[in-house]
Design a protein around this ligand. Sequence first.
Ligand SMILES: Cc1cc2nc3c(=O)[nH]c(=O)nc-3n(C[C@H](O)[C@H](O)[C@H](O)COP(=O)(O)OP(=O)(O)OC[C@H]3O[C@@H](n4cnc5c(N)ncnc54)[C@H](O)[C@@H]3O)c2cc1C
Length: 301
Amino acid sequence: MIRLFNQIILFFVPFLPKFFVSLIAGKYVAGETKDEALRHVKSLNEKGFSATIDILGEHVQDKEKAKRVSKSYLDLYDEINNRNLDCNVSIKPTHIGLGLDPKTFDSNLSSLVQKAKEYNNFLRIDMENSPYTDSTIEAFKNSSETYNLVGTVFQAYLYRTENDIESLSNDGFNFRLCKGIYHEDPDIAIQNRDDINKNFLKVLKLAFNNGAYVGIATHDLKLLEDVYSLIRDDKIDRSQFEFQVLYGVPMSGWLEKHLENGYKVRVYVPFGPEWYEYSIRRLKENPNIVGYVLSNFLRKK
Ligand SMILES: Cc1cc2nc3c(=O)[nH]c(=O)nc-3n(C[C@H](O)[C@H](O)[C@H](O)COP(=O)(O)OP(=O)(O)OC[C@H]3O[C@@H](n4cnc5c(N)ncnc54)[C@H](O)[C@@H]3O)c2cc1C
C-alpha cells in the first residue's frame, strides 16, 4: 500500500506546486542566505555536532558564475573563521566550473584549497555523476600535497570504487563514503540495494585497513548496525572516522547514540536560493516526506 502511495507521489513530483516544495525545503535546506545557514551551523555546534556547508547549485553555464560561486565559498571560509564555527566546506565540482573548461575549474579549486589552508580548515569535493568521476578524482589527487585539508567522496554503488580506494589508500587520505545518489547504468553501478550495502561495508573495511579517514555518510539504520559491528569487531579507533548526515533527515535517535559513544557527527548543511531542485531530489529519495509534511501542515491548522 505504502509502495503504491510512493509510486503515485513520484509520478506527481514534477507537478507539485512550488508552495508545497517550499514546505519540504524548510526541512532540508538551512535558509537562502549565508547568515541563516551559519546560524543553523552555530546551533548544531552547540548541540555537539560538526558541520559541512554547501551552497546549493551545480552545472554552472558560464565562467563568471563559476567565479562568483567560488568567491561566495571564499567568503564563507572567512565567516566560519570569524564566528569560530566547527564547520568545513563541501563543493560540487560542476558548481565551480568542472565541465566548462579545465582552467576555470582548476583556478577556482586552487583558490578554495589555499583558503582552506589559510584557516587550517578543510575542503570536501563532492562526487557528482559518472561523467565527472575521473576528473574529480584527478582534481583531488592534484591537491595531494594538502591531503589533510582536502577530501573527496566515493560512492558504494560504483563497481570501480574498490579499485579507486585501493589506488589511493597508501596516502592516508580522507574521503566520504556514501551509497551514491545519481541514476547510473547497470554496466558501471550496482543496482540492488542489499548489494550496494555489501559493497559499502567491503569498501569501508578496505579503507580502514589502509589507514584512510572515512566520513561514513548514510541514514540507513540497518547499514549503521553493520558499520557499528565492523568498528567493534575490527577495533577501529574513533580517530579514523566520523558519521555524516544530511540536514533534516530523521535518524531515530542514532545521532544522539553516536555522540554518546564519543563519535564525531557532521551534518551536511545546504543553503541558497537554488533550493527547489535540491528539495525535489530529497522528495524523490523519500516520497514518505509528502505524508510527513502534509500531516504536520494539517496539525498546525
Ligand atoms: C553527508 C552526505 C553527503 C552526501 N554526499 C554525496 C555525494 O557527494 N555524492 C553522491 O552521489 N551522494 C551523496 N550523498 C547521498 C547518498 O549517496 C545517498 O543517496 C543518500 O544518503 C541516501 O542513502 P542512504 O545511505 O541514506 O540510504 P537509503 O537506504 O537510501 O536511506 C535510508 C533511509 O533514510 C531515508 N532517507 C535517506 N535519504 C533521505 C533524504 N535525503 N531525505 C529523507 N529521507 C532520507 C530513506 O527514506 C530511508 O528510509 C550524501 C549523503 C550524505 C548523508
